[in-house]
Design a protein around this ligand. Structure first.
Ligand SMILES: [Zn+2]
Length: 727
């Protein structure tokens, strides 16, 4: 077929693809799994069972008593008991913790003069005592410090008093108590005061001793921590913390009004707390596959986020839902309603990121045969109450993998099938695929397929030293996120049922996938690729629309970079399919066809960008621009880096020590800070197939911040010095 015919064919394909995506076919709802199997999974999924697990673990914000720190923690016990009840093999793995945990025993704050009344008590609400608060028994006056800026605190003369603030409790404690002699601090702030004036943050004072335990990534909404950072300075010794109390805004506002009218209020504060030894507890459960050499799929959910904070949604819901996935699949297998899969399905619960990382590091052999990870974090909230969407956070391009499209298939099935379309108004079930829990909401499944976001346990699997592509299922936003209000009354059995069904269907698709399924998935990836590349085309067009005569060349380069980066990612994703194939040659031939179709789609879009550039040049009265590779570009095109065995030899984060060992003077020869979107993603993109210019396209297509060829080349030199990469 001539090049011209291919371009026309593909242009036609793109249009057809556009149509399919834009308006959904109201009569077609499909899944990779056959209808009878998806119906079994959806039917068996019980949102109420997952909700009952949430209530057993986090029915209220519990004061963790001292004896519990010896283990197992209540969360661990509940999951283990249920796995036993379900007849699923499970193991508790303990990792002794290096640090001790803060444990609040008593926290009472009473007004003594002019009134005699209780202001705060840990007995009423556990988060009323800020974690990290140290034993104390003082009577002192309150002083208002407003938002708690240094200027406000200086003006308030807080020495020997207790500061009251509507600013950050930790920041005010740090300045007023650690530097200005205040005895303690009371916070009345919340990030969303006007929505629910009763919710309080799980605030802490004094760094990690505040009940932290385990390590966390950046919280959702915070920028990913992986940007290129200079080596850390040794930690400065911290002054001994004092104490902090939190009041819900509704109650705290009375204190604020009274203090702002200069009322003199004297309070008595009593705090008892202690440090506890503990173990990080990981639970591992297993549904063995029929073929031990066929690989595994692993579910993850953090059961703990520190040991003071609780969260029905974050993340008891994820923990309860992967447990429900285990129960429903195991039940269907035991009852012969679903054929047992050839691949093993594993489940991991533990302290967020830290605990997961310990187990993953200790089980490299299992990780080496694990195909992908499905991480559930905050999946059980009532969507409409939170004005939230159920999101699928795809992997980055560096972990290109079919699991993205497998999960999208089930999100779409539930999302498109659980909304009323006018075309279906004549049907008995106006909602064609009604998936609703008897005790849950009866509402659409607002879903969204998103680009990558970290900050949860999938990042342990996505790590360069592990390379198990991990996606995250997360409902966002959560209006009670990280507050005392994150309780089961905000959870929804329907949402839990749907999340369990989607997780189970996605994992079962991979666990049973044979060559026919591999072909089916590859075909759908090619279709989704057309849609995704279509999006990159319009991003490119918009980049050109914004160009001036001076920036037209750079805009054209950037516009082409989106499509080229997208194409490379789609082809890498298609290559990952071969993992599932027994007949590698046969499936490989089909995958090669699909890659051709991606190339043709991409070529059509690059032709469109060429035409648009010409139109923009005409509009701007500028000359047509032509991309001429520079000397550096020509050199970069010849460099195709690949990783060494050393890079994965020690599993999770094992490569860091080699990176850290590169002498500073060597590092300084190859500056990259500010010239690289993220070092993590560049590491992940190194696969022995992409040259440096392609690495740039793959990085740039994922970020508003663009990387430079020089920055990439320099960072590769450092990886080479560390012995992790060769070229
Ligand atoms: Zn979480």
């Amino acid at each position: 077929m001539t090049k011209r015919k291919i371009l026309i064919l593909v242009a036609a394909l793109a249009v057809v693809a556009g149509v399919v995506v834009a308006q959904y076919t109201p009569w077609l709802y499909w899944t990779f799994l056959p209808k009878e199997q998806i119906d079994e999974i959806v039917g068996e999924a019980s949102g109420e069972t997952a909700l009952s697990t949430i209530i057993d673990i986090n029915g209220y914000n519990r004061d963790r008593l001292s004896a519990e720190y010896a283990g197992p923690f209540v969360e661990t016990q509940v999951i283990l008991n249920r796995l036993k009840q379900y007849g699923i093999a499970a193991e508790l793995v303990k990792y002794p913790a290096a640090n001790e945990l803060w444990d609040g025993v008593k926290g009472e704050l009473w007004e003594m003069k002019p009134r005699h009344q209780k202001l705060a008590s840990m007995r009423d609400m556990v988060p009323m005592l800020a974690s990290g608060s140290q034993p104390t028994d003082v009577t002192a006056d309150l002083v208002w410090v407003g938002r708690g800026t240094p200027a406000e605190i200086d003006a308030a003369k807080v020495e020997g008093k207790i500061a009251v603030t509507e600013g950050s409790l930790a920041a005010v404690h740090n300045y007023a108590c650690n530097q200005k002699g205040a005895l303690g601090v009371i916070g009345i702030a919340i990030s969303r005061p006007y929505f629910d004036s009763l919710q309080m943050p799980w605030a802490g004072i004094g760094g990690r001793r505040g009940g932290g335990g385990g390590q966390r990534g950046a919280a959702p909404g915070q920028p990913p921590a992986a940007a290129a950072q200079p080596p850390q300075q040794p930690a400065q010794p911290q002054p001994k913390p004092k104490f902090g109390f939190q009041l819900p805004v509704r109650e705290g506002d009375f204190l604020k009004q009274r203090l702002m009218t200069n009322e003199k209020i004297t309070v008595h504060a009593v705090v008892e707390s202690k440090q506890e030894k503990y173990n990080n507890e990981d639970i591992v459960a297993l549904i063995p596959g029929t073929d031990p050499n066929a690989g595994e799929i692993i579910f993850s959910a953090h059961l703990f986020e520190g040991f003071t904070k609780f969260g029905a949604n974050d993340n008891t819901s994820g923990s309860a839902t992967i447990l429900e996935v285990a129960r429903l699949l195991n039940t269907c297998f035991q009852e012969g309603r679903l054929p047992k899969p050839k691949r093993t399905i594993r489940f991991l619960w533990g302290p967020e990121i830290g605990g997961t990382g310990m187990w993953v590091k200790a089980n490299k052999a299992i990780m080496d045969k694990t195909l992908c990870n499905i991480n559930m974090d905050m999946v059980g909230e009532w969507l409409s109450k939170n004005q939230a969407f159920m999101c699928l956070m795809r992997t980055t391009f560096g972990n290109a993998h079919y699991i993205n499209d497998v999960m999208e298939n089930y999100y779409r099935y539930v999302g498109e099938g659980n909304r009323e379309r006018i075309q279906n108004r004549g049907d008995a079930y106006k909602v064609p695929l009604r998936i609703v829990a008897p005790f849950g909401a009866d509402e659409p499944f607002w879903y969204s397929i998103e680009t990558h976001y970290g900050a949860s346990d999938h990042e342990v699997f996505n790590d360069w030293g592990v390379r198990v592509p991990g996606v995250m299922m997360i409902a966002w936003p959560d209006r009670w996120y990280h507050t005392s209000g994150d309780l089961p009354d905000k959870s929804d059995a329907t949402q839990l049922k749907r999340a369990a069904a989607i997780g189970a269907a996605g994992a079962y698709t991979v666990a049973t996938a044979d060559d026919n399924m591999a072909v089916k998935i590859a075909g759908e990836i090619a279709s989704n690729a057309a849609r995704r590349l279509g999006h990159y085309l319009v991003v490119g067009l918009e980049t050109l629309n914004k160009a001036t005569d001076k920036t037209l060349l750079d805009a054209f380069k950037e516009a082409r970079g989106y499509v080229e980066g997208g194409m490379l990612n789609e082809k890498d994703t298609l290559d990952s399919i071969l993992q599932l194939a027994t007949d590698k040659a046969g499936v490989g031939a089909y995958v090669a066809q699909m890659k051709k179709s991606v190339e043709a789609t991409g070529a059509a879009h690059l032709a469109t960008l060429q035409a648009h550039m010409e139109a923009m040049a005409k509009k701007l009265g500028a000359k047509l621009v032509k991309i001429e590779p520079s000397e550096l570009d020509k050199k970069a095109m010849k460099i195709v880096p690949r990783t060494t065995a050393k890079m994965t030899a020690e599993g999770h984060q094992g490569y860091q020590k080699y990176l850290g060992a590169v002498p500073q003077d060597q590092r300084l020869k190859f500056p990259y800070t500010g010239e690289l979107f993220t070092t993590n993603e560049l590491q992940l993109l190194i696969n022995g197939k992409h040259n440096v210019l392609e690495l740039k396209s793959l990085l740039d297509a994922q970020s508003q911040r663009k990387s430079t060829v020089k920055g990439i080349m320099n960072y590769l030199q450092i990886l080479k010095l560390a012995g992790l990469v060769e070229f």
